[in-house]
Structure formats: structure tokens, C-alpha cells
Design a protein around this ligand. Sequence first.
Ligand SMILES: [Zn+2]
Ligand SMILES: [Zn+2]
Length: 473
Amino acid sequence: MRSRLLLSTKHISLLASTPNRFWPAIAQWSYKSVLLRNTRPILARGFLSSVANNLVPGTRNLSESNSSKSLTLEEQIPNLYIDKLPEGSETTPDGYVTASFYSFFNIESKSLVQLRYDLLSMNTHLDKVSTRYKIGPQDPQFLTLLKAQIEKDPHPYVSFSIPIKKIQIVTGRIYVHELGINAQVSFDKEYVRAFRLMLETIPELANKVPAFNFALANKRAFKKLHVRIRPLVAAGQDLSLDILANEPEYLDPSEWHRQIDNLQHNTLQKQGGIQNDSDTPVLIDMRNIYENKVGKFVGAECPDVDTFREEIDVVKKMYPKDKPIYMYCTGGIRCSVAGAILKSEGYQSVKTLRGGVVAYGQWIKEKDASSTSPVESLYVGLNFTFDKRLGERVTSDVLAHCQQCGQPNDTYTNCANKTCNLLFIQCPSCKTEHLNTCGSKECIDAVTHPHSSKKPTIHSYHERIRPDLVINH
Ligand SMILES: [Zn+2]
Ligand SMILES: [Zn+2]
């Protein structure tokens, strides 16, 4: 007993003298370490949370700052109901929705580790409420109990070093950085409010996350929740909130549709001479070449690039600063960044589609569902997505071809040989014929003899997205 107390005191003084941003990592290490291994978990947990709440200067204490019994949940969390599940969206058997959101604002670098742990704790909070009270998200008490649970034990992920091995309710990819947050997440649609509540309860994110941008094809698009501290997009240059403050002009889908429709008509009329007039706006697809191969706005310029950073350079080289620019991307963040860079460098007119192709596709669907005022989509084909779905359909047009037989097809796949991992378009019959692989002898061998010890071929990113496959007619 005596030795444990001595060790604990040592730990406490160690933690108290360490900058805050290191303590979650240290706490997790201490819990796993030999020093505390023989301590009953409950004591270790109590010790760590007392360190968290009382001893380390500046560590937040959620229960003090947030709870106010006289206020309703909605008064405490004004954004609780801002997310509107899209009407007329596909309902899939698993009941999942996929949503994205991003926002630029300052997060102190010393808070990022803590923020990451808070986000990673979300599935544990949900699990604790449902196992303790045996209720689900439909229960009217669920949100209140969830909030109380978070206040009581804000850092369960830190306290329990062994993650709960259950299917996670919230999955996806969240990037946090000094310049804000960028996230693609998937969750059972019953948990929309719970997910929003958990975000709003994290001090750095309260009132900072705009309404979710819901995807067109709703299904569980990720296996697990990953939270990383890294730049929100790879722009290839240093960004700052000052640069990002030079916002492009955001057009909602209906206004974007109107202006692009006009642009396409005018460009058609001008064809045969003056369409390169510097006054004539240009419509640019800001995505990589493999993304716009399967879908794009009619008439868009699609620079032949592998990455977003190349795209920005190409646009700067191709167009003078007085050229009016319309640009779009998948969910909007790339254009928010590229638009701000161009504006900060003197481009006069940069307009972008708010919420990207995802929001436009959603608007088209709503128009179709209302049936009184359907509009013809100016975007054709698929919207490529960087998750298990590898795309969601906007219109039935098929723009691409199977890269093995040449038949019209737009289904992206990754070679089943994980070390090869080429990204290419494959029709169902080629999928069967080549055993889900790119068709190379090496990859067919690898999937038919998984334990053979041949040296794997590892492709560069450039090779991976532009595979040189033989077409057999
Ligand atoms: Zn084929
Ligand atoms: Zn392969």
C-alpha cells in the first residue's frame, strides 16, 4: 500500500509539472505501465481523473463549465437540432448515413491532443449510456443521459487503455489542426443528435461546426473511427487563417445551377471564336483526374493532375487574375482552400459551389422528390468519394469504361492484392474473370496462393491511380 501511494505521488508531481498537451499520452502510458499494473483499475482511473480535473493547471473541467440544471438541453446546446437529414435520401438496410463537415478556426496547438482524445471517446460515451441504462437513441432521455455521462467521465478513452472491442457506432476520418477541423463520418441515422451533442460538448468545437453535409448514398462508409492531428487538406503551401479569410464567393446549389446553366448556354453561343475571351468565365473541376473520369459538370475543365496541390498550380498557370472562375469539388473544402489562395493572390472573381457535388446532388434529389419542379442535373455520372463506397451516383450517365475489357462502366475498385492496390474501373464480368484483381499474374497468384512468400510489387501513388492495364477485347 505504501509503495503504491509513493508511486502515485511521484506520478502526480510528474504530471503536474508536464505541459497539458502531453498528459493524455502520459496518463495512458502510466495506466499501462508496470507501476500501476497491480493497482485496481478503479483506483488508477480515479487517480488519473483527479489529475485531469484538479492538479494539472488549465485542464478543463466540463462538469463545472457546462452544467446548468435550469436550462433545457436545447438552450445549453443551441446547435443541437441544426442538422436536417435529407429528404428522399436512400435508406439502406444498415440505416447508416454518411456526413461531412469542415470549418476553419483557431485551435490552440496544445489542445489538439486533448481534442483528439475527446473525439475518440465518443463511441465509449455512447456505449456506456446504452449499456448502463439499457436504452437506445430513440429514448427521450438518451441525450440528457449522454450529456450527464460526458460530464461525469469526460475522458473514458484515456482512462481505459483497452479500447472496447465492439462495433463502433461513429466511424470515419476526422482531421484536427490549428486551423480547424475536417471530417467525414458515418453513423446510424438515429444517432445524428447524439453525435452533434458530443461535438458541441467539446469546448474547442462548441458552436464551430456547421450543419452536416449528408452524402447521397447512405451506408456505413468506414470501418473504424480515426482521428488524426494533421493539415486539413494537402494544399502544398503554408496556410493561415489570414489567407483562408479571403473567402471565395459561395453559391448555394440552386444559384450555382442557375449561373452554370447560363454559362453553358453563353459558351455554346460563343463557340467558334471568342470563348477564350478573358471575360468569359471558366468552370474548373478541382478534383484529381481519376475523380472526374467518372463524373463532372458538363463543360468543366478537368486539369490532368494527380493531387490537389498540383491542381492549384495548374489553375494559377492557366488563368490570368482577371479571368472569372467557377470551381467545385466533392464536398467543398478543396475549393474553400483553393479559392482563398487564389483570392489572396489577386484573382478577382472566384465563385464556388457550397457543399460541393454532394450538396448539389442532394438538391437535385430533393427537386426530383418534390416532382413539381424537377430540374435536369448539370452534373453527370458519379461523385467519387474517398471511402469504402468509392463513389455515389448523381445521374445514371456512365462516363467511363472498364479498364480491362473497354465496356462502359464506372465502378472503381482496388486490386484485391493489397500490396498492389491499383485503383481502376472494373466491370462485373472482369471482376469475376480476374478474381477481383488488376489481372496481373503476380496479383492472381497472390490471391490464389495467399501464403506464398513472393516479393510484393508496391506501386507509387502516380502508378496506383493511373494503372497501365491491358485491354482484352
Ligand atoms: Zn470489363
Ligand atoms: Zn494488382
